[in-house]
Each structure stands twice: as structure tokens, then as C-alpha cells.
Ligand binder design. Structure first.
Ligand code: COA
Ligand code: MG
Length: 316
């Protein structure tokens, strides 16, 4: 008997903006931005001698003023830490335990044990269940082991929730050149999407470095959406609207989903697994897809309006 993947989370993760934790000015902008999730980066965007200052920035950001920011707009908050072998990771993880973001993002995950060592540590520290683990898949071994890593997410207490593909590191390790269309990378990207689909996780597509090239972003978001990614990791506020547009349901898709739901709700469809939908076969599996899409659209429409930009803090 075949077992299907567990239901995937229906959190909005269309636009996942990375903000260097060292940049206080950028941190001060977050409340006014319309992204679904924020990655507070302590890893590669922060110089080694600035790691402590970056942690302090996050401590202040998360605790002062707590109520306004916590409610600030329902954005998912993720802290990307340095690897535990780097000499910075242990302090980063202590900060995560103190601040209790929605998730901790682990860089350069090669194998399942890289995740379990952190989930064990979180359990040991009695971290709330709501504190999830995200994994950067950005090394050749991470791609090769993507399925095993995702499968480890099924172990009780694993907390694994989402993969983020990191093509900058992967290109560096493999020598694949940055090219429009990402032809040589597509097999690896699809391997990641397949792995998360098998085990009920989300996958977020990699960043586009050329943050002024809106045409390239448009093409890459369309490509990522067509591949099955839930959203895109971003590096600049200018990229948010495009990602939200591509990874959110458009009006035509929403109207069709509502029509499919209505078609199955019709008493004439009672007991039917397939219906004739204007000359096209539609099955109950399409109904499940349609319901997910309508749910997503509802989450988008229910999101609070963004606050006006906060006055910038000191230059970071
Ligand atoms: N999050 C929030 N705000 C950001 C931002 C980000 N990721 N990137 C830029 N901004 C803000 C800037 O602070 C600036 O604000 P200001 O007008 O009040 O000064 C505004 O957006 C315009 O920025 P711009 O001048 O176009 O770019 P920049 O030179 O300040 O920054 C980068 C360019 C690439 C250095 C910056 O976008 C960045 O650090 N991005 C994230 C990098 C990262 O996280 N890397 C690791 C993951 S791959
Ligand atoms: Mg990386």
C-alpha cells in the first residue's frame, strides 16, 4: 500500500527576505516590508569580527519593544546561525534559545546528523515546539543527501520544516557558472523539490544576486514557482513584490479553484471522484489543490497592513 506524504504546511513563504543582523538600518525597515518571512542572518553576511555585535542587534530587535514587534505583522522570523563547527555557532544557538524565533536556519547541511544534533540540543534546553528548524541545502553532499535529510524530518521531535537552496555556495563548490535559466542546476533543484514533497516540507528557491535586474527576477521567480518551490529567498526589499506575485495565487487561478470547489459541492457530484469541468477532467485530487490555493489566498487577504517605515536607527 502506498503512503502519501504528510500534509504540507500552508504557511505563506512566498518572499523570504534575508537581512544581515549587523545592519541596524535594514533591521529598522522590516516592519514596513511586505515579505512573508525574514531571515536574520548571522552567517555569511556578517564579518567574523562583527558576530558579537550582530547577535546584540538581534537581542535588541527581538526584545525591545517586544509587543509591537511580536505582533508586527505575522511575519515568520528565522535566525540563520553559523555552523556549529565554525566557533560562532554555539553562541548563535544560545541566542536562538533566548529569543525563540519561529525557526533557526542551519547553513551547509550535509547529512541528517547535522540537523539532529541541533534538534537534540533544542530538546535538551526545553525549547518550545514552535521553534522549528530550517536547513540550507547548498553543498554537493547536501544535494546528494537531500532525501535522507528530509526523511529525518519525520523522526518525532525533529522540528525540520523547510529547506532553503543556496546556489552561491553550490556554484562555488561545483564550478557551475551563473547563467540565466540555470539549466545545469535544474536537476539538483528538482531533487530538492522532490525530497521535500516526499516528506511534507517546504522548499525555498535560492537568491538572485543581481537585485537591480527585475527582468531576471521575474524570470527566475516564474521558473521557481513552476518547479514547485513555495517561495524565494531574497536579498533586497525591491525583490519582494515580484516574489509575492509569482508565488501567490493569481486571480485566474483563484477563480478556477473556487469553481472546482463549487463543482464538487454540487449535489450532482456526490459520490463522484471525477467531474467534467468545462471539457476537462477534474479529480478529487484537484479539489485538494484548489482548497489549498483558496486557503493561501485567504491567508494573504487576512494579512495586516504594513506599518509605515520606522525611523532608522544608527547606521549598522
Ligand atoms: N533588508 C532590509 N532592508 C534592506 C535590505 C535588506 N536585505 N537591503 C537593503 N535594504 C535597505 C537599505 O538599508 C536601504 O535603506 P535606506 O534607503 O534607508 O538607506 C534601502 O533598502 C535601499 O538599499 P540599496 O541602497 O539599494 O542597497 P544597499 O547598498 O544598502 O544594500 C546589499 C545592498 C546587497 C548590500 C543589501 O541589500 C544586503 O545586505 N542584502 C542582504 C544580503 C544577505 O543577507 N546575504 C546573505 C544571504 S545570501
Ligand atoms: Mg550559503
Amino acid at each position: 500500500m502506498s503512503r502519501s506524504a504528510p500534509p504540507r504546511s500552508i504557511r505563506l513563504r512566498r518572499s523570504v527576505l534575508s537581512v544581515p543582523a549587523i545592519n541596524r538600518r535594514a533591521l529598522g525597515k522590516i516592519a514596513s516590508l511586505d515579505c512573508d518571512a525574514v531571515i536574520f542572518d548571522l552567517e555569511d553576511s556578517v564579518a567574523p569580527e562583527k558576530k558579537a555585535e550582530a547577535r546584540e542587534n538581534l537581542r535588541i530587535f527581538f526584545t525591545d519593544p517586544p509587543p509591537a514587534d511580536k505582533e508586527e505583522a505575522g511575519k515568520e522570523r528565522i535566525i540563520r546561525i553559523n555552523s556549529l563547527s565554525s566557533g560562532f555557532g554555539a553562541d548563535d544557538l544560545e541566542l536562538v534559545l533566548a529569543l525563540e524565533p519561529d525557526a533557526v536556519l542551519l547553513p551547509k547541511i550535509d547529512e541528517p546528523q547535522d540537523v539532529t544534533v541541533v534538534s537534540d540540543r533544542l530538546a535538551e534546553a526545553d525549547a518550545p515546539e514552535s521553534l522549528r528548524i530550517w536547513a540550507m541545502i547548498e553543498t554537493p553532499r547536501g544535494i546528494l543527501n537531500a532525501a535522507a535529510i528530509a526523511e529525518a524530518g519525520r523522526t518525532p521531535g525533529s522540528r525540520l520544516d523547510c529547506f532553503v537552496v543556496g546556489l552561491n555556495d553550490l556554484r562555488k563548490e561545483t564550478g557551475v557558472l551563473p547563467q540565466p535559466g540555470r539549466a545545469y542546476l535544474v536537476p539538483w533543484l528538482m531533487q530538492v523539490v522532490l525530497a521535500v514533497s516526499a516528506y511534507g516540507l517546504d522548499a525555498i528557491d535560492s537568491v538572485l544576486n543581481d537585485f537591480k535586474d527585475m527582468q531576471a527576477l521575474d524570470a527566475e521567480c516564474a521558473e521557481g514557482r513552476a518547479m514547485g518551490f513555495a517561495g524565494k529567498m531574497l536579498i533586497h526589499p525591491n525583490q519582494i513584490d515580484t516574489a509575492n506575485r509569482h508565488f501567490g495565487p493569481d486571480e485566474a487561478a483563484l477563480a478556477e479553484a473556487q469553481a472546482i470547489i463549487a463543482a464538487f459541492a454540487d449535489p450532482a457530484a456526490a459520490g463522484l471522484n471525477v467531474v467534467n469541468f468545462g471539457g476537462r477532467m477534474v479529480e478529487r485530487l484537484h479539489l485538494v489543490q484548489a482548497e489549498r490555493l483558496v486557503h493561501k489566498a485567504r491567508l494573504i487577504s487576512e494579512r495586516p497592513l504594513r506599518l509605515p517605515a520606522a525611523a532608522p536607527q544608527d547606521e549598522g
